[in-house]
Ligand binder design. Structure first.
Ligand code: GRF
Length: 214
C-alpha cells in the first residue's frame, strides 16, 4: 500500500507513521507527504526522512480574498494520484475537504482527531476539555467521510486530565498516545485487517460497532 500523508503543521504523527513504515510495522510505504502550508514544520522533518514532499500552499489559492477550493483540491488530487497513493492519511491537516473530494476515497482515507469522538469535533479540543472540567480526554482515528470528524470510528486512546494541566501539558499527553495509535490503525488498514465494508467497518471480520479502546 502506498500512503499519501497530508499535513498542515509540525508533522509529528507523519514522522511516527513514516518510522513505522520504515521498520516494517506498517506494511506500506510513504508515497508522498503533502503540506497545504508552506511554513509547516513537518516539511523539513519529511525531507530529513528522505520522503517525497509536495507543498500546495493554500494561501496561494486565494482569489479576491476567497479560497479557490476547486483549484486547491485539484492540485491535491494531482499530487495524490501523481504519486500513485492508494490511501490518504490526514495527519494534522487543517482543512475540511469537500464531499466530492472525499467520496472516491471511502475506506481509503483516515484522520486522527485529538478528542474522544463524538465529543469535541472541530478545533481547540484541549482548551474545550479543560474549560469543561472533564477528567478524561484522548484521541480517535476514524475513516473520513463528508461529515467533519464524523466518519466511522476505528480506535481511541484515553488519557487522564490532571488537575494542574494546561493546554501544552494535555496536548503533549494526547500527542504521545497518537504516535502509537495512528500507526496501529494504519497497520490494520494496510494489512487488510480493517475493512470499510460499505461504511460498516470490520476489524478481523468483526463489526466495529464501537471503536477499539487502545
Ligand atoms: C494532532 O493532535 C492531530 O490529532 C490533530 O492535529 C495534530 C497534529 O499534530 N488532527 P502533528 O502535526 O502530527 O504533530
Amino acid at each position: 500500500m502506498r500512503l499519501a500523508i497530508v499535513i498542515s503543521g509540525g508533522g509529528s504523527n507523519m514522522v511516527a507513521i513514516a518510522r513505522a513504515c520504515a521498520t516494517g510495522q506498517i506494511p506500506a510505504e510513504v508515497a508522498v507527504v503533502i503540506s497545504d502550508h508552506a511554513g509547516a514544520g513537518g516539511i523539513e522533518r519529511a525531507r530529513q526522512l528522505d520522503l517525497p514532499v509536495v507543498v500546495i500552499d493554500r494561501g496561494t489559492y486565494r482569489r479576491n480574498g476567497r479560497l479557490d477550493r476547486q483549484a486547491f483540491e485539484a492540485a491535491l488530487e494531482d499530487a495524490i494520484r501523481g504519486h500513485h497513493a492508494d490511501a490518504v492519511i490526514l495527519a494534522g491537516f487543517m482543512f475540511v475537504l469537500s464531499a466530492d473530494f472525499v467520496a472516491p476515497y471511502a475506506g481509503r482515507m483516515l484522520n486522527i482527531h485529538p478528542s474522544l469522538l463524538p465529543r469535541y469535533t472541530g478545533l481547540d479540543t484541549h482548551a474545550r476539555v479543560l474549560a469543561a472540567g472533564d477528567q478524561e480526554h484522548g484521541a480517535s482515528v476514524h475513516f473520513v467521510t463528508a461529515e467533519l470528524d464524523g466518519g466511522p470510528l476505528i480506535v481511541q486512546a484515553r488519557v487522564p486530565v490532571q488537575p494542574d494541566d494546561d493546554i501544552a501539558a494535555l496536548s503533549a499527553r494526547v500527542h504521545a498516545r497518537e504516535h502509537i495509535l495512528y500507526p496501529m490503525a494504519i497497520q490494520w488498514l494496510a494489512s487488510g485487517r480493517l475493512q470499510w465494508n460499505g461504511g460498516r467497518p470490520t476489524l478481523d471480520g468483526r463489526a466495529l460497532s464501537a471503536p477499539v479502546q487502545a
